[in-house]
Design a protein around this ligand. Structure first.
Ligand SMILES: [Zn+2]
Length: 89
């Protein structure tokens, strides 16, 4: 067994490779061929399918964080606007 098979076009992808390429796969940055190989692997490997779904779920949660982080800024602006309105003349 050698380890210099990384630049060879492979017809199969291993569970380890799926794990390594999960982020790129979810970003559609893995490349057409690799995307296809991963899709094929996921279709026949419940463990990797569950893993990719889990990563996708975590990424969804992380992706929604900036939106949540914006709320204090927004409410701060609102508070200031309300305070300015309530200022007696
Ligand atoms: Zn697998």
């Amino acid at each position: 067994m050698t380890e210099n098979n990384t630049d060879e076009p492979t017809s199969e992808i291993t569970c380890r490779e799926v794990a390594e390429w999960t982020s790129a796969y979810l970003d559609a940055h893995a490349g057409e061929d690799r995307n296809l190989l991963i899709s094929l692997h996921l279709a026949g490997c419940a463990g990797c399918e569950a893993y990719v779904k889990q990563i996708a779920c975590v990424r969804d949660l992380v992706g929604s964080l900036p939106e949540t982080a914006m709320i204090p800024t927004l409410s701060d602006t609102l508070r200031q606007a309300l305070a300015a309105r309530r200022r007696p003349q």
